[in-house]
Write a protein that binds this ligand. Sequence first.
Ligand code: NAP
Length: 267
Amino acid sequence: MKAILITGASGGIGKAIALKLASRKQNLVLVARNEAKLKELAEQLTKHHRISVEYIAADLSTTAASQQVFDETQKRQLQIVTLINNAGIGSGGEFAELSLQSELGMLQLNISSLVALTHLFLQEMKARKGGTIINVASMASFLPIPYMTTYSASKVFVRHFTQALTQECKPYNVHVMLLCPGLTKTNFNSAAGIDGKVGQRLNAEYNSSTPLQTPEQVADEMLNALDKKKHYIVSGKMNRMASRLSALFPNAFVAKSFARSYRKNSQ
Ligand SMILES: NC(=O)c1ccc[n+]([C@@H]2O[C@H](COP(=O)([O-])OP(=O)(O)OC[C@H]3O[C@@H](n4cnc5c(N)ncnc54)[C@H](OP(=O)(O)O)[C@@H]3O)[C@@H](O)[C@H]2O)c1
């Protein structure tokens, strides 16, 4: 059976994408850690849209999980026509003070599992000469952000990896797209432990000029971009302007002003 696999589908942007795709009558495979949430969503979507929705509970911050997810799709004879690598987590605060284990777990989730899933599912897409891969980066991929140092660097990887892969995949008709959301009303800050003062300090500069988007708005923009066969979408008008502006300033200058703002807001 043909299906679209979405990681991080139990909440936030991933869930919003799943809801939109279900209303387009696409069969889905939902991946995240929280099995109860996945089961509930799968049952709800199956019932309302008369589609097939499967789920695989997996912790993608572990090294073995991507292969397990792939093997499970093989076992269930699912043909993944579109892979949406959305699962991701943030972290904020002074790098030296953060837990090394959680920083490395975040890199496994945001980078290594995304690369592994892309590699695993790309083999069949290449052989079939067709398929779609969508990777979710962030506005943070345009800027070196002190006090969100590892997270923002992880998203630079996602952006460069995806934009380079886009060109590699063209000869065999696999469409690759990069989605860069800006600040979006999800569980992201709370999952990253930055919903308190750290988050306020981090977002003080950016927040004042950029309205939060809803996950539904981000999902809509992503699907519209995909319908138009785009390879790259920054969601939100203000975010698009900010991403263009960011190219005009040297990285060192941007990092310095973010660090100053964070420290000023810490006093
Ligand atoms: N919200 C924002 O402001 C924002 C801005 C820019 C970019 N983004 C990016 O958008 C993507 C989605 O974030 P979101 O805002 O929707 O966050 P969210 O509401 O926290 O959702 C994250 C999703 O990822 C799953 N997930 C987290 N850790 C996981 C793990 N170890 N293994 C498997 N799944 C895991 C979560 O489900 P479980 O807890 O059930 O595992 C959840 O379904 C991320 O890549 C994020 O970096 C978000």
